[in-house]
Design a protein around this ligand. Structure first.
Ligand code: AMP
Ligand code: MG
Length: 422
């Protein structure tokens, strides 16, 4: 008889040889996941948040011609006396969209509006607040002006032939504006990855059904639906799958024919792993990882044909943690963008936080700005991985590195906002 009673691994284990770190898990994901090949050509308004397929070169200068940055008077600086005030004759007006048709001689000026082409013979715009117009129509301007003043030069924003948007960039509202400024109406973007998702568990019932003893409502599919809806992906809800290898195999087979990524939650913890694993192995391949993070340690990565399968833990908070750490990067790579680490911000802890060294922890926090505009973060109370209200009350994870052995109030910590896009 040994003096130990437990031999099976559990979530209380310290970092062991069979555990991998968060970074190792991400490296493995990056090595196994590939971008979708197919592209589509879309009107630029439909390209928001999509991934650009080919670098876009500017077909011309932006702005195409030199134009005025102010309302004022266009003139040649050489017309001005070196000292004192010069009186100039106003010979016409240049409007945005309607240029002044003629040439400006020494001693003359043209009234000019913002965005209007710079008339021939002029090299500066004096803003109207710095000019006086006489009763007899003469324009009085002092000597203190320089060549190029208030002129936006041709090509100042973009030069012809410049790459304005690289391949692999997720397109922002400003990118759509830049494309429009070049006269580009359509763009080739990667197609959206298709993501199918399911929950597993005999204890799960759907909303509307009575809660018999021992049953719970399925919440994971709703959190997953919410998180996926914020990403540029097409989604397929596979519903609840019973804890049977046959049921799992059927769903996986069907999903693999439609989806690039198949997510399932639950059924990967000790004792239950037995039924997702054989189902996957029959129709594809699988790896079962223990990752040194809390919550969210077990993760299954599999391949069925061209589709990637990710088996997330069942606990509702662990689902959201593993989604933010592993599913978001997977979708980024699949979309044709590069793997992006989540942005971490510095914040001052308002509470002490308990933690044992050995694993990365994602505690739930409420970040607010202090009077100096710096982030401060408090905890949301109970931190169990099944306590989903700890997520709904929070706006960020407090990310505690593996070597941390806890935090005192006033210490600096790192936070990751729930807006995964930053
Ligand atoms: P499992 O990984 O299947 O052993 O699940 C771990 C815990 O998460 C159990 O308490 C499950 O009841 C719970 N759980 C699993 N799936 C869901 C779900 N879809 N919604 C809510 N809780 C779940
Ligand atoms: Mg289960």
């Amino acid at each position: 008889m040994t003096d130990k009673i437990r031999s099976a691994p559990s979530c209380a284990d310290p970092f062991g040889e069979d555990m991998i770190s968060l970074d190792q898990a991400l490296e493995r994901i990056e090595a196994r996941v590939h971008p979708v090949h197919a592209c589509e050509r879309l009107p630029i308004r439909e390209c928001l948040d999509r991934v650009n397929n080919e670098a876009v070169k500017s077909p011309h200068n932006v702005p195409p011609h030199a134009n005025s940055a102010m309302d004022g008077f266009a003139l040649a600086v050489s017309s001005l006396q070196p000292e004192g005030i010069t009186e100039l004759d106003e010979i016409g007006t240049a409007y945005a969209g309607t240029p002044f048709d003629g040439s400006v001689e020494p001693g003359q000026c043209v009234r000019i509006m913002t965005g209007a082409l710079i008339p021939e013979g002029t090299d500066a715009v004096v803003m109207q607040e710095q000019a006086e117009v006489d009763a007899d129509g003469k324009v009085r301007i002092d000597h203190d002006h320089r060549d190029g003043e208030n002129i936006r030069q041709a090509g100042e924003d973009v030069s012809q032939g410049d790459i304005v948007i690289e391949a692999g960039v997720r397109l922002s509202p400003a990118d759509l504006g830049v494309l429009a400024s070049l006269g580009i109406g359509q763009l080739q973007v990667k197609r959206k990855p298709v993501v199918a998702f399911s929950s597993t568990g005999d204890e799960l019932v759907s909303i509307g059904e009575p809660l018999e003893p021992g049953k719970i409502y399925d919440s994971n599919r709703y959190s997953l639906h919410g998180m996926l809806s914020r990403m540029a992906v097409d989604i397929i809800d596979l519903g609840v799958v019973r804890d049977e290898p046959e049921a799992m195999r059927e769903v996986l087979e069907k999903a693999a024919s439609q989806a690039d990524l198949i997510l399932s939650t639950g059924g990967v913890s000790v004792g239950e792993a037995d039924y997702i694993k054989p189902a996957l192995e029959e129709i594809g391949s699988t790896e079962f990882w223990k990752i040194a993070i809390k919550p969210g340690r077990p993760l299954t990565l599999g391949q069925i044909g061209a589709s990637i399968f990710m088996g997330l833990p069942g606990n509702p908070v662990a689902v959201m943690v593993t989604f933010s750490q592993f599913v978001v990067p997977t979708i980024e790579v699949m979309s044709g963008a590069s793997l992006k680490r989540p942005a971490l911000f510095k914040a001052t802890a308002l509470d002490s936080l308990r933690k044992k060294p050995g694993r990365y922890e994602f505690q739930r926090g409420i970040a607010t700005l202090d009077e100096q505009g710096e982030w401060q973060v408090g905890k949301t109370g109970k931190q169990g991985s099944g306590i989903l209200t700890s997520m709904s009350r929070a706006n960020c994870f407090i990310v505690l590195p593996d070597d941390s052995d806890g935090v005192e109030a006033g210490d600096e910590v790192k936070i990751q906002f729930f807006d995964w896009s930053i």
